[in-house]
Ligand binder design. Sequence first.
Ligand SMILES: [Ca+2]
Length: 323
Amino acid sequence: MEIFVRFLLFLFVFNTSPTWATNDRLLHFKGIVCNQCQQWCENTDLVTLGSIRVGKAGPRGIRGQRGPQGIVNMTLVQQIMDRKIEQALQLFNGRSCDGAKLESAIALNDSGGVFKSYIPAVGYKDVFCDVTDEGGNWTVFQRRMNGDVDFFRSWGDYVNGFGDVQGDHWLGLEAMHQLTKTGNMELKIKMIKRDGIYWFAKYSSFRIGPGSDNYRLHVSGYSGNTTYDGLTRHNNHQFSTKDADHDDWTMNCASSWGEGGWWYIDCADSNLNGNFNKTVNKGFWWKRYSLLRFSEMKIRKRNTRTNPIRKLTSYRSSVSLAE
Ligand SMILES: [Ca+2]
């Protein structure tokens, strides 16, 4: 049927009066045919009969003139490359314990684990992340628990850090500056007195200034159960060590009084880096010479979204990690 209709179409379109436009002829022809072939007409559109065809593309246009020579700012390129590399490293390693994945931990204990972290201007550094206390995400920067690490140290040691991050240690002032310079961090100090009483002090705002300002302390917003606030009076004071006196006293608080590095005033309301075994001013104490046997100082972002405590327990039980 279709071959017959196409033949009729050919005769009609190309052998009748040239005054008819092609489409008019097709419509007229369809009317004639459809009177005889009702079913074929219902299933066939005139376009399928071949009145439209797409031609070949035209020739290529004339080539344009060559553009001027470009100028590359290599300093800017280097800056962009450095920034992208740093961002990539941060994404890969995480710069603090915020959102640290336990699967990436080098070692674990009951409160958290050790992570290899990339800290800008410092580089790779082992950091202890507390993932249990109040929902976790804490970066620990100071701990005294055994007394086996000497804290009566030089300026350089306090800037770069010392000790074992799983035990007694100081993370380092430069790392603390880099981690807190955004000004959106809170501080928690966990303490155990020599009589076994548990204390904690929290500060809603904590920031360490740059090395050019001797790592000045910016702290405020105390809360806790320590009876006395042992740190607020140190606010806005620079850090001092036995070989770097930035305190308000005529002598050096670190070398002549406290035997540790601290944000000494004239000299202190707390001495958490003092001698682990001594008493009174040279010792390891919170305000009014309350002697301690444990301290842990840690930071995290304010209003951080915390992890459920059960996460560490379930992870540890699933992999049966050794103590
Ligand atoms: Ca002094």
